[in-house]
Design a protein around this ligand. Structure first.
Ligand SMILES: [Mg+2]
Length: 220
């Protein structure tokens, strides 16, 4: 049975349009061009961070984050960047008695924003920077499993990427849901991995409560 649902952050809960738009601005590259290159890098199976290298070889993301913060233009997101199904889905899942968590590859700063947005709505908020382990490292999913008060096979991990979310969560023993949005899921939705690996494939987080009820019903 699924008793806990843990969500990825970027392109699962948060629409990163603003985030990458401001990165394009920071690089001095037209947004349309930056986003096109971002998609090309993903379609080529490369790490998305190579997008920055394409425009500025030697670009150091950590250093540039600090520079942005120092110049008063830090990476940020807020309530207005959440996908519109997030609040109603969390409320419905919680009303259905599920234990809820948020765990993603995020900075300490993003962790603070997540806590300000979701402390009253979920039972766990954990980030790679808090844990010193980033997806797809199995250690990240061990930390998730250790934070949830149920068995690992009773956790549903929800994310938008097969390589970072679905595959490693499955290898950790979790059930998985792939959400169809953002660059990765949109570009790779029809690949064999995206079709075959996840327990559920959804266009909206609002499909989860019904799918979980059905799954748990057939598990009884
Ligand atoms: Mg994501």
């Amino acid at each position: 049975m699924i008793r806990a649902v843990v969500f990825d952050v970027g392109e699962c809960l948060v629409d990163e349009t603003r985030e990458y738009g401001t990165w394009a601005d920071w690089l001095g590259v037209p947004r349309h061009t930056f986003h096109a290159m971002f998609g090309a890098v993903i379609a080529q199976g490369r790490d998305y961070r190579e997008t920055f290298q394409e425009f500025r070889p030697g670009f150091d993301l950590y250093e540039e984050r600090e520079k942005r913060a120092a110049s008063g233009q830090p990476e940020t997101f807020g309530e207005e960047d959440l996908y519109p199904d997030v609040r109603p889905a969390l409320a419905e899942l919680r009303a259905g008695g599920l234990w809820l968590g948020i765990a993603g590859n995020q900075t300490v700063r993003a962790g603070r924003i997540l806590r300000s947005l979701f402390s009253n709505d979920v039972d766990l908020i954990g980030t790679s920077d808090d844990w010193g382990a980033s997806k797809p490292d199995p250690e990240f999913f061990k930390r998730v499993a250790a934070s949830v008060p149920f068995d690992v096979n009773e956790i549903l991990y929800v994310g938008d990427r097969c390589d970072n979310d679905i595959q490693p969560a499955r290898e950790a023993g979790m059930e998985t849901a792939l959400v169809h949005r953002g660059p990765w899921a949109s570009i790779l939705w029809s690949t064999p991995e995206a079709r075959e690996l996840p327990t559920f494939r959804v266009d909206s987080l609002l499909e989860l409560p019904g799918l979980i009820r059905e799954f748990n019903g057939s598990a009884r």
